[in-house]
Design a protein around this ligand. Structure first.
Ligand code: SF4
Length: 117
């Protein structure tokens, strides 16, 4: 049981903390939080965070290379808190529907941005 708990602990710390075992770490800054490695707000089109770049095919794509915001501990925890709040009474299928609800996600982002600019 202790081994299982330890494994689980490792998983949580890797997922929620600074995953120094990742070959890309730190992709933004040292001690960053890797919880939202794949940002739930992508593409947010917030010019102060990311930017449009030209892809290999010549098309414009939204780039998050310069965005450190989502990796800040205060921001990452607040985004998680907000998402847990709106998914509290839902099963996994319903939770994934929340992920498809762009309007709701953008509302969450706006709230977190107001708290943590
Ligand atoms: S710019 Fe930042 S907040 Fe916006 S989608 Fe990219 S990672 Fe997320």
């Amino acid at each position: 049981m202790i081994d299982l708990a330890k494994k689980h602990f490792e998983k949580i710390v890797k997922l929620c903390g600074a995953n120094r075992d990742c070959k890309y770490y730190p992709c933004h800054f040292d001690n960053q939080v890797c919880l939202w490695c794949f940002c739930p707000f992508y593409p947010c089109y917030e010019e102060g965070l990311g930017e449009f770049i030209t892809g290999k095919d010549g098309n414009k794509i939204w780039s998050c290379m310069k965005c450190s915001w989502i990796h800040r501990p205060d921001v990452a925890c607040e985004v998680l808190r907000e998402i847990l709040e709106v998914t509290r009474d839902k099963n996994i299928t319903e939770v994934l529907n929340v992920f498809e609800n762009r309007e709701l996600l953008m509302e969450i982002m706006k709230r977190v941005r107001e708290k943590f600019p």
